[in-house]
Design a binder for this molecule. Sequence first.
Ligand code: FE2
Ligand code: FE2
Length: 385
Amino acid sequence: MGKTILLVDNNEPIHILFQKLFIDTEYTIQIAKSGNEALSLLEKSQIDLILSDIYLTEMNGYDLLTQVQKEYPKVFRVILSENKKDKLLLKAIQKNIAKLYIYKPWDNQNLLKVIRGIFEFMNSISSPELIKIINNHEGLPTLPSLYNHLCEAIHNDEDIDNIASIIKKDQAVAAQILHIANSAFFGIKTSSIAHAIINIGLNNIKNIVLATSVFNTNLPASRMKAFAQLWQHAYLCNQLTSLLYLRIFNKKVPVEYLSAGLLHDIGKIVLISIFGNDYYNILESDDFYNKEKEEIGITHQQIGGYFLDWWELPMPVVESVLYHHEPLNINVVNKDLIAIVHLADYYAQAEAKSTTILNEEVFTYLGIEKHIVEQYVNESGILSQ
Ligand SMILES: [Fe+2]
Ligand SMILES: [Fe+2]
C-alpha cells in the first residue's frame, strides 16, 4: 500500500517544491500550514511519516511532534530546520521528539533517498516473521524500571543530583557509567556519578543504562561467560566506534550516536531471552548467520532494531543495529555512522569468537585504506585493555 507523507511548513513555495518532487512516486502527499491543521489531518487520515519545520506560526514543530509522539506513536517523525545549531532542534533530537532531522534547503535526490530509507527501515522492523515471533512469545524483554525512572526524570527536567541518585540505586549500572566516564574517550577522572553525567550527557547516560540493564538481565550462572563476552564485545565496539569516527572524520561522534556500538548486538540478548539454549547453540555455531536465519527465521539485527525503535531510541542508533552487517545497503540513511560501526564491530573481537564478516568496500566508501584503520585500532590500545 502506498505511504502517506505529511509536510508541515508555513512557507507556500516549499509546499509546491515538495509536491512536485513526489509527483511521480508511489507516495501520497498531504500539506499543512500549521500545527493545528496537521493535527486535524492526522485525525482524519492515515499518515505514515510527518516532516515538520521547527518553527511554525502558533504551535511550533517541537510541540507538534511531541503531541504526535503521544497520540500517533506509529507515525515516523522528522524535523526540518535551516539552522543546525538551533537549540530547539537539538532538544527535539536529544529527547527523541524527532527521530531524524533534515536541513533546509534540502537536496532533492537526497531527500527522496532518505524517505525511501525511512520506509524500508519501518518495513524491516515490522516484517510478518518478526511480528509472529514477538506475538508468540511471552516474557519478552521490557524496559528496565531504572531506565523508565531515568527517562521520566529527564523528561521532567529534574536536576543532575536527582538523576544521579536514581542511577546510584543500581550498583552495576553506576559502576559501568563511571567506567565509561573514566575511559580514554571522555578522559575525566571522577568517582562522582553527577560529574560523570555532566560529562557524558544525559542522552548518552540513558543509552548506557539501557544497554547495561539489558545485559544484566537475570542470568543463569551457566551462561554468565557468554553474556560477559557479548558485553565485552559491545563495549569494545563502542570505544572503537568513537575512535574510528574521530580519526576518520576528524570530529567527535555526535552525542546522540554515542551508544550505537554498545547496543549494536542487543538483538542477540533479546533472542537469548526468547529462545534460550537453542539460540546459544546457534551463537556458538561456525555457520552463525545462516543458522540464525534458518532456525529462528529472523536476524538479531531485525529484532534488536524492533525493540530499540519500540523503546524510542534515536533512529541512527536503531539503524546501526539494523544494518551493522550490511553497512552499504542502499536504504541506509546514516551511512557514515553505520560504516564506522561495521568496522568497529569487526575489530572488536577480543576473547569472543569473531562472527562479523568484513565488507571491504567500506574502506572505499570511507576513502581510507585498511592498513591505516588497523593502525588506528592498534595504536589506540583499546583491544589490549
Ligand atoms: Fe551483529
Ligand atoms: Fe557485533
